[in-house]
Design a binder for this molecule. Structure first.
Ligand code: THG
Length: 588
């Protein structure tokens, strides 16, 4: 039945309960899109059946949506309430490793299906299905981009059908031409195990990407097993297949039968005492084994003619400087912050009037590097070092009065990463980016990065207080409405980069550019006289000192839970609206 026929009634807003394993990127994206359309969304983590039943009883939702659910919804819930599973697969695809299989098999098109939960897993009626073209990228990258975009379309379509009342979902019927998927079991390590003597670069990349960010491909390096993450092709270096060839920016280069790949992160499969069971830069995890490898350094402004990987790079085109920093998961440790600051200082000396901070393809930045902090001898000392390095980086940006600085967000940003962007003169973001401009969720962290200067300046004191207190994600559009962003650019990641370049070039050629730079210098001088940057920093760091070194261990506990991915015991009240007690002091 055509959807057109259904589009008659005025749509009403609904009470929607998210039943989800965690508040991951997809649930956040759906949350911001649905709340922006007026729906009342409350969230419950899938802890056990009784807790889920309680959430349903408390919230009385008109609809339950499962954006990221690993367990079966109990019959007591799906029999009495319509539950939509957001499944990252095409029509007919079923099982817990959909994207993994699609990447490993080299599917050229994939999709997202909204299906109704019933007794048989992923075999319920189909409410909507949206397809997209696959891209050579990791599972996590596809999930945060193509899957998230398709999921928004699919969920909105399903809600629309539901509200029309006269549209029926489609029973799963494998005899239909457009039902091309099938059941796929949980993917095991055996199915993506790399055979370095036989697999070419493309195969190695597909295997690692099918498992990135979770669970990683298990592989032997030297005498030990590790999970591998974040692989990129290398077009110049080569050697005996499987041999380690070089190191660069914490990553290792390993030969394949027809070239080589860079692998940036590792996790020991069986951590020994004193080791950590979470991801860290490969060179650090391998220790001596990697220290012996030749250092293959590239100048920051090198323009390699072959595919390779470089964490921080600068390039210039048509009078505009572009600084790319592709930090895995957007986490920036002390040394990355220092190298990036050096890059900013280098860029500031270049004869360009516009500097665009491109961040990474998948993340803009998420601020300090919690894994690296957890792995340090003293987590408190490393936290202190890391936040000071972030502050130095932000300071270099705020004090760059030679150039108009643009932060161009291709991917999501959170905590200090958001405020790093506010250190620029203009903030542009791709539509689809989700921002978390707050720190409190991490054990009540106060935060620094000059946020007490940068945030109220943009959004006002009241809004700044609300954003930091609410701890909720914002869509790019919501962030722009709040004044946090200046420009939202439609389209996918490719068209975003092209649009950013066109706008940045136009800006550098515009007649107002010198006037804007003059104004920037005047404003900075004025602000500095009102209250020096150093005063904001000192005040923020005074509070951070308590978080890092004080008696309340909340930040250390929260960080430990985060890096170790410990199962959640309850849903915090700022997400579970149905658990809020009116007038009561909210628990964190
Ligand atoms: N109906 C109901 N509940 C659901 C779904 C449903 N909950 C979410 C679910 N769809 C999402 N899809 C799946 C499909 C299969 C599996 C898990 C989620 C699965 N799991 C294996 C198991 O449970 O033994 C192992 C998974 C693992 O170890 O990660 O097969 O349609 N009511």
């Amino acid at each position: 039945m055509g959807l057109e026929r259904c589009r008659k009634k005025k749509l009403e807003t609904m009470r929607i309960l998210f039943l989800t394993h965690s508040f991951n990127s997809l649930s956040q994206r759906l949350f911001v899109e649905l709340t922006a359309r007026g729906h009342e969304v409350s969230i419950e983590f899938d802890i056990n059946d009784a807790v889920a039943e309680e959430a349903v009883a408390l919230f009385q939702p008109a609809l339950i949506v499962a954006p990221f659910l690993k367990r079966a919804i109990p019959e007591s819930i799906w029999r009495n309430h319509l539950c939509l599973i957001v499944h990252p697969g095409i029509k007919g695809d079923r099982g817990p490793s959909s994207l993994d299989w699609a990447i490993l098999r080299g599917e050229t098109r994939w999709g997202v299906t909204c299906l109704q939960a019933d007794a048989e897993m992923d075999a319920g009626d189909i409410w909507s299905a949206v397809e997209f073209e696959m891209r050579d990228a990791s599972k996590g990258s596809l999930y945060r981009n193509e899957v998230a975009d398709a999921a928004v379309t699919a969920v909105l379509e399903a809600i629309e059908k539901l509200q029309q009342g006269n549209c029926q979902p489609e029973p799963l019927d494998y005899s239909r031409d457009d039902v091309r998927g099938q059941w796929h079991c949980l993917m095991s390590q055996a199915e993506r195990c790399i055979d370095w003597r036989r697999d070419d670069t493309a195969t190695v990349l597909r295997k690692v990407r099918s498992a990135d960010g979770v669970p990683g491909v298990r592989d032997r390096i030297g005498e030990r097993d590790y999970f591998l993450y974040n692989a990129h092709p290398e077009g110049d270096l080569s050697g005996v297949p499987g041999a380690l060839l070089a190191r660069r920016d914490g990553a290792i280069c390993r030969a394949t039968i027809d070239g080589a790949v860079w692998i940036t992160h590792l996790r020991p499969a069986v951590p020994e005492s004193g080791e950590f069971g979470f991801k860290l830069p490969a060179v650090q995890v391998l220790g001596e084994l990697a220290a012996e490898l030749p250092l293959s350094e590239l100048a920051i402004d090198a323009l390699p003619q072959h595919p390779t990987w470089q964490e921080i790079r600068y390039r210039e085109a048509n009078g505009v400087g572009y600084l790319h920093f592709d930090c895995y998961n957007g986490a920036m440790d002390s040394s990355q912050c220092m190298r990036l600051r050096d890059a900013v200082l280098y860029a500031a000396q270049r004869p360009v009037k516009v500097l665009v901070l491109m961040g990474g393809c998948d993340f803009w930045s998420n601020g300090i590097h919690l894994n690296q902090i957890e792995a340090a001898d003293s987590a408190s000392d490393e936290s202190w070092r890391n936040i000071n390095a972030m502050d130095d980086l932000c300071q270099a940006l705020v004090e760059n009065c030679q150039q108009l600085v643009i932060a161009a967000m291709q991917g999501n940003a959170g905590a200090g990463g958001v405020f790093l962007a506010l250190a620029a003169d203009e903030v542009w973001a791709r539509n689809g980016v989700v921002l978390n401009p707050h720190y409190k969720g991490m054990g009540n962290l106060y935060g620094s990065e000059y946020w007490t200067y940068l945030l109220p300046k943009r959004v006002g004191e009241q809004q700044a207080a609300a954003l930091t207190h609410n701890r909720l994600p914002l869509s790019a559009r919501q962030a722009a409405d709040a004044g946090l962003l200046d420009l939202v650019i439609e389209g996918d990641s490719f068209s975003f980069v092209a649009a950013v370049q066109a706008r940045a070039e136009a800006l550098s050629l515009s007649e107002q550019i010198d006037e804007r730079l003059d104004r920037k210098r005047t404003t900075r001088l004025h602000d500095e006289q009102q209250k020096p940057l150093s005063a904001y920093r000192a005040e923020e760091l005074e509070k951070m000192k308590l978080n890092f070194f004080g008696f309340d261990p909340s930040y250390h506990v929260a960080r430990y839970h985060f890096v170790e991915k410990l199962p959640k015991a309850r849903t915090p009240a700022y997400l579970a609206r149905h658990r809020r007690v009116v007038g009561a002091k909210q628990r964190p």
